[in-house]
Design a protein around this ligand. Structure first.
Ligand code: PGA
Length: 250
């Protein structure tokens, strides 16, 4: 049985005080639910403080990005070991905003995934097509390229804890959600690719989250699909009640 994993990607929101309030409210609102793994991904500046607040809870901590290098003259960058040192267990890599706004390539994302694994950080590896790619019939090629390039040279053993997040770019922050059937179709396709690349046993065990305008009122139906194992939540994770509303009805 695969675990259900719901992660909140705070993006560039919440200063330190606001982060403290949000994480405290999340802690208060979550009811005991051993069936769902919850992860929060605040901005870098709040990681250490949030980490301390999450001590003695089952909530995991993730960063939203990291550098593929270990250390050195990379002004403004944050390394995997720095993330580990403030208590991160996860890191979001390949988010579509990193790909489109910051020009991250499949190759760079591949290096980051390798570096995260080397440092025992679990990657939340994001992939997804744009509306144009979907409408032109290119969706499967795009997903296949992102998966194969992103995981190039990485063995099944190294990826034993990876999380994949399928996030159609046209559904991120737009209020438009993929229908459960649309999402399920792509999730099954991704699982099939992983089975081809590794093994069906490996593919059966990989958690594949859906992301893109997930809210309390659509979460249950999306997460009810056989190949959807959780959600990567943006906008709706910035308020404790809507984040809890996604987690608790699961
Ligand atoms: P959204 O963002 O829930 O605001 O659409 C999801 C994401 O970017 O991870």
């Amino acid at each position: 049985m695969r675990e259900i994993v719901v992660a909140g990607n705070w993006k560039m929101n919440k200063d330190l005080n606001e982060s403290v309030s949000l994480v405290s409210e999340i802690k208060n609102q979550l009811t005991e639910n051993d069936d769902v793994k919850v992860i929060v991904c605040p901005p870098y500046t709040s990681l250490e403080t949030v980490s301390a607040l999450l001590k003695d809870t089952a909530i995991g901590l993730g960063a939203q990005n990291m550098c593929a290098e270990d250390s050195g003259a990379f002004t403004g960058a944050i390394s995997a070991s720095m993330l580990k040192s403030v208590g991160c267990q996860y890191v979001i890599l390949g988010h579509s905003e990193r790909r489109t706004i910051f020009g991250e390539t499949d190759d760079l994302i591949n290096s980051k995934i390798k570096k995260s694994i080397e440092n025992s950080l679990i990657p939340i590896f994001c992939i997804g097509e744009t509306l144009e790619e979907r409408e032109s019939g290119d969706m499967q090629n795009v997903i296949e390229r992102q998966v194969k390039e992103g995981l190039r040279g990485i063995s099944a053993d190294q990826l034993s804890q990876m999380i994949v997040a399928y996030e159609p770019v046209w559904a991120i922050g737009t209020g438009k959600t993929a229908t459960p059937e649309q999402a399920q179709e792509v999730h099954a396709f991704i699982r099939g690719l992983l089975a081809e690349m590794y093994s069906s046993e490996f593919a059966e065990n990989v958690v594949i989250q859906y992301g893109g305008s997930v809210k309390p009122d659509n979460a249950k139906e999306l997460l009810g699909q056989p190949d959807i194992d959780g959600a990567l939540v943006g906008g709706a994770c910035l308020k404790a009640d809507s984040f809890a509303g996604i987690i608790n009805p699961v």
